[in-house]
Design a protein around this ligand. Structure first.
Ligand code: 13P
Ligand code: SF4
Length: 341
């Protein structure tokens, strides 16, 4: 049997041009064309190694196009990936996304091995709050339940009553059945949710370092200069959300494009996500915002290859934390996705 740990670095061979012609055509509008022959040997090597290992590669919509289109078996938003992990047949999951997503996969599939190609792929929202902060908030607001965004650590999820994503935040808050809820940690998502429900929300001061950078002025510019329809993720500031035609989660934006078929659109969200959607809607012209998530960008073809070759980095979560976090995540999976967002 091949010693996978000593596999050579993948290099170009001429047959790749033919074998990956369809993929190269899909990537052409999305990545600089000189990069495609550099990516293909790695894509080919990963796909072969993935089969040898019996692994499933799951990639978040913010992954770069060569990962999203080249090696992922399952793509989606954070809710979609959590659902996929819970129902996955393979014993080995490689999560191409950020750390909290890999933790959610492990919590929902505890008997499986979950790998992340770079342990440092974090998230400014997840690092904005600790389990001790949640306990302190509970002490300040006795009896008030906690709904935490999926963008939190396993330890924070374990202190929460339920988890939500941007695809079901309003629905999750309302499903608790109280007139007040502690909603963590994204302040902007929290304000957006508060504008859509009668439930009173106690908010935290977490921010997404990517979405908080967009300004109302940029949104107005896209509309006035390019006549574009505007779509934004609810992690953007209220000033931005007030300017746009549609506010929705990662998946909801795709559904909105399918429904509305705008001639031009500016997607006010992470930049790779705009690229990945662009390839599905060739008739729509995309005005591309360019805020890349630096944490998502830590995942590369090279470290996915190393991850499969060396079986690293394994996600481990203490059993008691995992059990409590699982109860909160399962409460979300039972509710699912709100159709409209
Ligand atoms: P989704 O829940 O829409 O996948 O978003 C996750 C995220 O990190 C957004 O910045
Ligand atoms: Fe976290 Fe923002 Fe990156 Fe999403 S885009 S993973 S919320 S830092």
């Amino acid at each position: 049997m091949t010693d996978l740990a000593t596999l050579p670095v993948p290099v170009w061979r001429d047959e790749l041009e033919h074998e990956y012609a369809a993929l190269a055509e899909r990537l052409e509008p999305l990545v600089p064309c000189l990069e495609i022959p550099l990516h293909l040997p790695w894509i080919d090597a990963i796909n072969k190694l993935k089969k040898q290992r019996g692994a499933v590669i799951m990639a978040h919509s913010y992954q770069s196009p060569e990962i999203f289109h080249g090696v992922a078996d399952i793509t989606g938003d954070s809710l979609g990936l959590a659902q996929a992990a819970a129902n996955c047949d393979s014993d080995l999951i490689v999560l191409c996304g950020v750390h909290f997503m890999a933790e959610s996969a492990k919590i929902l599939a505890p008997e499986k091995t979950v790998l992340i190609p770079d342990l440092e792929a974090g998230c400014s929202l997840a690092s904005s709050i600790t389990a001790a902060d949640v306990r302190a908030l509970r002490a300040q607001h006795p009896g008030v339940p906690v709904v935490s965004y999926a963008n939190t650590s396993a330890a924070v999820k374990a202190e929460s009553d339920a988890i939500c994503t941007s695809a079901n935040a309003v629905q999750m808050v309302e499903s608790i059945g109280t007139d007040k809820v502690i909603f963590l940690p994204d302040e902007f998502l929290g304000r957006h949710v508060a504008s859509q429900t009668k439930v009173e929300l106690v908010l935290w001061h977490g921010r997404c370092e990517v979405h908080e950078k967009f300004t109302g002025q940029q949104a107005r510019h896209a509309r006035e200069q390019f006549g574009a329809k505007l779509v934004a993720h609810p992690e953007c500031s209220p000033e931005v959300l007030a300017e746009v035609d549609f506010v929705g989660s990662t998946t909801a934006m795709g559904k909105w494009l399918e429904r509305e078929k705008p001639a031009r659109v500016a997607l006010i969200t992470e930049c790779s996500m705009a690229d990945n959607l662009r390839s599905q809607f060739p008739a729509t012209q995309f005005i591309k915002p360019c805020n890349l998530c630096p944490h998502m960008q830590r995942i590369t073809l090279q470290n996915i290859y190393a991850c499969l070759r060396d079986m690293k980095h394994v996600i481990e979560i203490p059993a008691d934390v995992s059990l409590r976090a699982r109860a909160a995540l399962e409460r979300m999976l039972a509710v699912g996705r709100r159709e409209s967002v």
